[in-house]
Design a protein around this ligand. Structure first.
Ligand code: TXA
Ligand code: MG
Length: 313
């Protein structure tokens, strides 16, 4: 893995869809072009995440953030007070938001943060687009606070780390959801509750920590489920079913997640193609079997949720 402080080399990597670990003041992030589905899928693959947890989008400024998501007055207050800094805001995604649907795991919300670290700032300014970055550790391991940690965890999985020394804050950003009427803390982190309450002038409660199981579905977070019904592991689709295929098939699918059976490509296409099928007005979606290894596990997890009858999850 190349260790560098060369921002333009890192920008070239991002532009070509490759991944770059970079320092923020909280922890090192594993960055990729937020608008490139394949780069986003590669992040999940590098981390070995068994699920598509939604990722945080990093931008250089409030101006850039406003092009992606909607700020209510509370969100604006918090951003004015704490950006750049260790605060992530979960906000309603704008319709024209160009960020990959895979990055926000099909949610109608987007987690955004403006990091303060000078290398992160330079990278984001020069790349001039949103960068998604989970903490740069393998899934289940501790977040990295130095380039050494990144190398130790991800050697062989990614090609470049921007070396900015040790992270000052050392714990992840505090995450606040501004999706409902009242802001709620989704994750405690580098920005203390007291500092937030001092700015808002009110106390702030803990929301449900788990993005997968929101306290108020549809309000706090609503998972993208296609309008159509979904049937899994279908080899022989019925006449009235639209087949979403995987690999080379005896039956011609309406869309194919990956004709070559590449799980990273399939992950990159997953949410996009479910949306496409909805837009086509399909009522029943049948999905080819997806092998349950590598990113296949995360794909199958999502598909099982999509296949669950509405109102039961
Ligand atoms: O300090 C940090 O926040 C670091 C640096 C690299 O920015 N990043 C980080 O990312 O900790 P990660 O992926 O390890 O944690 C992101 C958290 C996850 O718990 C995820 O569920 C939550 O953010 N999250 C992301 N998008 C969300 C959304 N739309 N709604 C609710 N939670 C969200
Ligand atoms: Mg993490």
């Amino acid at each position: 893995m190349e260790r560098t402080t060369d921002i333009s080399a890192a920008v070239d990597f991002l532009n070509s869809g490759r991944l770059v670990a970079f320092p923020t003041e909280t922890v090192y992030g594993l960055g990729g072009d937020a608008c490139n589905d394949t780069a986003v899928a590669a992040i999940f693959a590098a981390k070995g995440r068994p699920q598509f947890n939604p990722l945080i989008v990093h931008v250089a400024s409030m101006e850039a953030a406003q092009e992606l998501a909607e700020f209510n007055p509370t969100a604006r207050n918090l951003a004015d007070a704490f950006w750049p800094g260790p605060l992530t805001l979960v906000l309603p995604r704008l319709d024209q938001c160009p960020v990959s649907l895979l990055a926000s795991a099909g949610l109608n919300s987007l987690a955004i943060r403006v990091p303060a670290h000078p290398l992160a700032q330079s990278l984001l300014q020069q790349f001039d687009g949103p960068v998604v970055a989970p903490s740069a550790n393998p899934s289940g391991a501790i977040s990295p606070t130095s380039a050494d940690h990144v190398v130790a965890g991800l050697v062989g999985k990614i090609d470049m780390v921007l070396d900015g020394g040790d992270c000052d804050v050392g714990v992840e950003s505090t995450i606040i959801s501004c999706m409902g009427n009242e802001p709620v803390i989704l994750r405690h982190g580098g920005l203390a509750r007291e500092a937030i309450e001092a700015v808002l002038g009110v106390s702030i409660s803990d929301g449900h920590q788990d993005a997968e199981n929101p306290t108020a579905p549809g309000q706090l977070l609503s998972h993208y489920a296609p309008r159509a019904s979904v049937r899994l592991e279908v080899i022989d689709p019925a006449k009235d079913e639209a087949l979403l295929g995987f690999g080379s098939l005896a039956v011609e699918p309406v869309l194919n997640l990956s004709t070559t059976g590449d799980l990273t490509e399939a992950a990159a296409n997953l949410f996009k193609m479910l949306h496409q099928l909805d837009k086509m007005g399909v009522d029943k979606i049948a999905i080819s079997p997806i092998p349950n290894h590598g990113l296949g596990e995360a794909i199958n997890d999502r598909l099982r949720r999509a296949a669950t009858p509405r109102g039961t999850n």
